[in-house]
Every structure is written in structure tokens, then in C-alpha cells.
Ligand binder design. Structure first.
Ligand code: CU
Length: 171
């Protein structure tokens, strides 16, 4: 009996730790607290292992940057924040980094027919965030692609003509 009691106590500790880990991981994808995270703003100097990028999107169908610069070999931590208030269904935004083998218009047109407006093919899509509604934010981590200039867009139908920019990987 003593053994069983010890076990269930241990199980409770493990469960507690899992719950804690879950809460911590959820807070990374929190809603609306991006203003408080300005401390982790852009750090994209050459020589750093990690580039931290914060990209904002809004209810006017705009990104706040049309150019993002990182350096070859870096790990990119990119946070997309939707600083508007409109819901995902009418003003959803994501960040999609396109491979060089595909044009923005071609990608956006074909993505309209895909689940979550993402073409599920690493040869066409280098990295992407989930689609966000107003007040939400999301972080992704990916390796900088090889040195060159890439396009990024929001692939919500009709948004790419206004919501696009260059993602530049420098030496
Ligand atoms: Cu959008």
C-alpha cells in the first residue's frame, strides 16, 4: 500500500510539472501582450546565432515592415503580432516565407485553395505562422535559408498585394 501511495504522489508531481510546462508553452503564444515584449525586439546583427524579428500586422491590411534582414546561418525567431481588433474570418493575417522558385502572385493564387492558405510543400514554403485574428500573436523558429532575397506575404485571400515584403539573408 505504501508503494502505491508513493507512486500516486509521484504521478501527481509529474502531472503538475506537465501542467506547468503546458502553461509556459501556451504563454509563448499569448494573445495581445506583444507591447510588453518589446524588450525582445529586433536583434539581427551579424555574428549573433539568433535573429529576433517582430512583425506587426493590422486592421488596414498592412505589415509594419516591407524588408526583414537576417544573416546566413542564423536561427530566426519571428513573432507575428496582429495589433488590430478585427476577427480572423474577415482580417486574418499570417506570415509566409516563399521559396525563390515561385512568384508571389502564383503562390497566393494557388494558396487560396489550400488548407489554412498554406501550400504544404517545403520546396515552395520555407516557413509560416498560423493565421491570426486581431489581438493575437504567434512565434515561429526556423533556420535562415541560404543567402539571397526571398518574398514574404500574408496568404489570406486578397491580402498579398498589400501585405508583402522582402526577406533578405545577408552574408
Ligand atoms: Cu492578411
Amino acid at each position: 500500500m505504501k508503494m502505491i501511495k508513493k507512486c500516486s504522489y509521484g504521478v501527481r508531481i509529474v502531472f503538475g510539472l506537465l501542467l506547468l510546462a503546458f502553461m509556459v508553452s501556451c504563454s509563448n503564444d499569448s494573445q495581445g501582450d506583444y507591447a510588453g515584449d518589446n524588450a525582445l525586439l529586433e536583434t539581427n546583427h551579424p555574428g549573433l546565432d539568433t535573429a529576433q524579428i517582430i512583425l506587426e500586422s493590422n486592421d488596414k491590411m498592412q505589415f509594419d515592415k516591407d524588408e526583414i534582414v537576417v544573416y546566413g546561418g542564423q536561427t530566426v525567431v519571428l513573432r507575428l503580432a496582429h495589433v488590430g481588433t478585427m476577427p480572423l474570418a474577415s482580417m486574418g493575417h499570417n506570415f509566409v516565407l516563399l521559396s525563390n522558385s515561385i512568384s508571389v502572385a502564383d503562390y497566393a493564387k494557388r494558396a487560396m485553395n489550400e488548407k489554412d492558405y498554406i501550400i504544404d510543400d517545403p520546396k515552395q514554403t520555407i516557413a509560416f505562422t498560423r493565421m491570426l485574428g486581431g489581438g493575437e500573436s504567434s512565434e515561429i523558429v526556423f533556420n535562415a535559408p541560404e543567402i539571397g532575397t526571398y518574398n514574404f506575404i500574408c496568404s489570406f485571400p486578397g491580402h498579398y498585394s498589400m501585405m508583402k515584403g522582402k526577406f533578405i539573408v545577408k552574408q
